[in-house]
Every structure is written in C-alpha cells, then in structure tokens.
Design a protein around this ligand. Structure first.
Ligand SMILES: Cc1ncc(COP(=O)(O)O)c(C=O)c1O
Length: 444
C-alpha cells in the first residue's frame, strides 16, 4: 500500500490526549521529557544581550546605549574601519579567493603575524621557536581553548585554581566553570578610590597556592577600565615568579586602549622577557571592529630552555586535537582581513591611524563627561572617568541608580554601573551628564 493510501486513524479530541498523557506521567508509566525543570531550569537571559534587546525595543528618541562593548562613531553608528574596507576590497577582487577549509590551526600568515603583534616582532620567544599559536573563534574561543587545554594538561592529579580579578568579564566565569576548573578571585577594584586595589591584588596573589593560574587582563580591564602601571606589573611578575604561578593573559583591547599597540601589549612582552611559561588569548573584535567575524588567536609560550621548541611543538599538537573536536577549523574571512593588514606595512600604518581615531574619540568623551559632571557640581568625585582607560568606565553608580537612569532617561548600562564610553558622543554627552547629575542628587 502506498503511504498516501494508509488510512489515517480518526483524530482524537485534544483534551482526551492531554488527560491521558497527564495520567501516564503521574503514574510513572510514561516520561514526556528527560529534561524536567529541576534538571534543566530556564536560564536567565544573558544580561548584556538582554540589555541590547531592551534598548532596541525602546522608541524614545533620545535613548542612549551605554551597554554593549562595541565601538560607535560620533553619530552612535557602528564604524567599519577604513583599513578594513580597503582590505575587504582587496580580498573581493582576488581571483584566487576560494572558500576551502583553513588548516586546523588556522591561517598561517595570520597566526604568525599575530605572534609578532602580541609579543613584539623581535621577541626571542618567536626567534627561538617556542611559541605555539592557533587561530580561534575570536577572544572568547581563545580563552576557552586555553581553559580546556589547562584543564586537561596542567598539573594533572593536582587541583589548581584559576584566579580572576574581582570583578572580571562575566564570561570568564562561564568559560572556566564549563571545563570544571575551580575558580577563586583576587581583589582588583577599590570602590573607595575607583582605582586599582593594588595592595589587595598583590597580597592575594602572594598567598595563592603554588601553581595557581592567574588570569590577567593585558590592558583596558573589563569592566573597570583600571590597569596596573608598568611598575605595578613588574611587582606582580616578581611575586608570580617567586610563587611559581601560571599567567593567563586575556588581551581583547590591544591598541584600542591607548592607541599604541606596543604600549597596550607591554605587560605580556614583559612577562615573556622575564622567562615565564604562559598563555595568551588575543581578540581582534574591538581593535579591527571585526566583532561578528570572530577573528582571534591563542598563543602558548614556552619558557626559555634547551627543549623549549619541543615543548611548544608537543603543546601545539595537542591544541590541534582539541581544536579539531571543538570547531574543526576556524572561520576564514576575518582572519584574511586581519592578515592582509598585519602583513602589509602601508595597511598596517593605516590601521594604526584608525586605532588612534577610535581611542582618541573615547578619550575625548571621557574628558567631556567628566567636565560636564564637574560643571554641574554633581556630588562626588569624577576624576576616575578620565583616569580609567579603554572601552569601559566603572562609574560607581549603584544598581538602583542604574535602574532609575533607564526608567527616567532611557539610558542603558549594565547594573554594576559600567558604562561603555563608545556610546557617548558630542550629541548626547550633555544629556547623559544631566541625567547622571539628577539621579546622583536625588539619591545622595
Ligand atoms: C576581557 C575580555 N576578554 C575577551 C573578550 C572576547 O571577545 P570576543 O570573543 O568578541 O573577541 C572580551 C569582549 O568583550 C573581553 O572584554
């Protein structure tokens, strides 16, 4: 009999079916799902992306988005870097461009240029062939690959915790707990000075058990915008060396913070110079504006030793196996754009100019917001707005103030009072300052 000729059973009334299924479920004879609510409870929406949805749905004309960490120009619009447009045009007109798979470790010209960018082109670690690099799904993928690698291979049989700054980028918690690495925190932000709690940071790192992994933001700390000085980095390195701690650098804002690539990467180069074995997660989302293209790199640097090349080669081979099982091979487009720029001196110079455009606009907006708040006589001190660096400012606004700013003035920021400075521009800085002034006065 053909399928179309199969006689259909007479339709059952829906109510009867529901009764039957409820009866069977309560009798334990039939399970409708293996994922009951006590096993798979409904997870809360990602706070940042939830904020973005709420902002988009808001129809108020003067609404301001200070939530998401993506650069905006002075008209609050996404900015495609001129150098990216140029590289894109080169790529598109290349008759040999195809859509084949990249190798498991990614585009070789991209990963080798990325090593030079992050470690310095004259880094002995590169010339001594003790760096293993894999292209990843942007910075998040690099942090994840590093976490996975450490969970599997770092000090097997011993429980080593990873130490995060308090606070840190929220995703660090999710990524490291997903691979079951125990998490501890070290003090970082002083609510009193709205600057670095350096004594707290150093003494916590000093008392970390030997072998602990210390996660460090290379520059433009997210969410606080507070970075150690070079002298403070030196002290951190000294303590970490003495305690045999393992550095895990997360670098999502190189060149974006100060506009100077070498300055923003200084801490990593310094630690490499000091002979650490370490890892680095590198993102090109912010500094190339390639957010959605997911271009990033993971680097393992072996300490200088006669067998260092062998260490790096073995590590690279295991990283490749992890990568193969997770993503098979990384996406090509963003890496091709970045690679063109990183390997061409003229495009590279143009990129540096674009970085200065972004970082200096943000620095200008920091100055403008601070001076407007001071002009208005807003209670409290506001020097931290210009002392902090990079995409974010940790304003010190309370959760209640943040909620009121959103309800009264349609200004959106994360509930911890973090402001994405890229959302501020010459058209809205007065509005933002007046709204903050009003809330601070009302709740002081
Ligand atoms: C500290 C930190 N690490 C990593 C990332 C990773 O970003 P992406 O995966 O977009 O490169 C971010 C982005 O906000 C970040 O702030």
């Amino acid at each position: 009999m053909s399928p179309s000729a199969t006689p259909h059973p007479p339709p059952q009334p829906t109510r009867r079916l529901q009764q039957l299924s409820a009866h069977m479920a309560t009798n334990g004879t039939h399970k409708t799902t293996s994922f009951a609510a006590d096993v798979v409870p409904k997870a809360p929406e990602d706070p940042l992306f939830g904020l973005m949805t709420a902002y988009r749905a808001d129809t108020f004309e003067k609404k301001v988005d200070l939530g998401i960490g993506a650069y905006r120009d002075d008209n609050a619009k996404p900015w495609v870097l001129p150098v990216v447009k140029k590289a894109d045009a080169v790529l598109r007109s290349d008759p040999n461009l195809d859509h084949e798979y990249l190798p498991i470790a990614g585009l070789q010209q991209f990963t080798s240029a990325s090593q030079k960018l992050i470690l310095g082109k004259n880094s002995p670690a590169i010339s001594e062939k003790r760096v293993a690099s894999l292209q990843t799904i942007s910075g998040t993928g690099a942090v994840h690959l590093g976490a996975l690698f450490l969970k599997k291979f770092y000090r097997p049989g011993q429980t080593s915790s990873v130490y995060f700054s308090s606070p840190t980028w929220a995703n660090h918690n999710q990524i490291f707990s997903n691979v079951n690495l125990p998490i501890t925190t070290y003090p970082y932000f002083s609510a009193k000075t709205r600057g670095l709690d350096f004594d707290g940071m150093l003494s916590s790192i000093k008392s970390a058990p030997e072998g602990s992994i210390i996660l460090l933001h290379a520059c433009a700390h997210n969410p606080t915008g507070v970075d150690p000085t070079q002298d403070q980095w030196k002290q951190v390195a000294e303590v970490m060396k003495a305690r045999n701690l393992f550095p895990f650098f997360d670098c999502a804002y190189q060149g974006f913070a100060s506009g100077d690539l070498a300055r923003d990467g200084w801490a990593i180069s310094y630690f490499v110079e000091q002979g650490f074995e370490l890892v680095v997660a590198q993102s090109y989302a912010k500094n190339f504006g390639l957010y959605g293209e997911r271009a990033g790199c993971f680097h393992f640097v072996a300490a200088p030793a006669s067998d260092a090349t062998d260490v790096a080669t073995r590590v690279a081979s295991q990283l490749a196996i992890l990568q193969r099982s997770e993503i098979s091979n990384p996406p090509a487009y963003g890496a091709r754009i970045a690679s063109l720029v990183l390997n061409d001196p003229a495009l590279f110079a143009m990129w540096e100019e674009d970085l200065r455009t972004m970082s200096s606009r943000i620095i200008e907006m920091r100055k403008a917001l601070r001076s407007k708040l001071e002009e208005l006589g807003t209670p409290g001190t506001w020097n931290h707005i210009t002392d902090q660096i990079g995409m974010f400012s940790f304003t010190g606004l309370t959760e209640a103030q943040v909620q009121k700013l959103r309800a009264d003035s349609h200004i959106y920021m994360t509930k911890n009072g973090r402001v994405s400075m890229a959302g501020i521009n010459t058209n809205n800085v007065q509005y933002v300052a007046e709204a903050i002034n009003k809330i601070v006065r009302a709740t002081n």
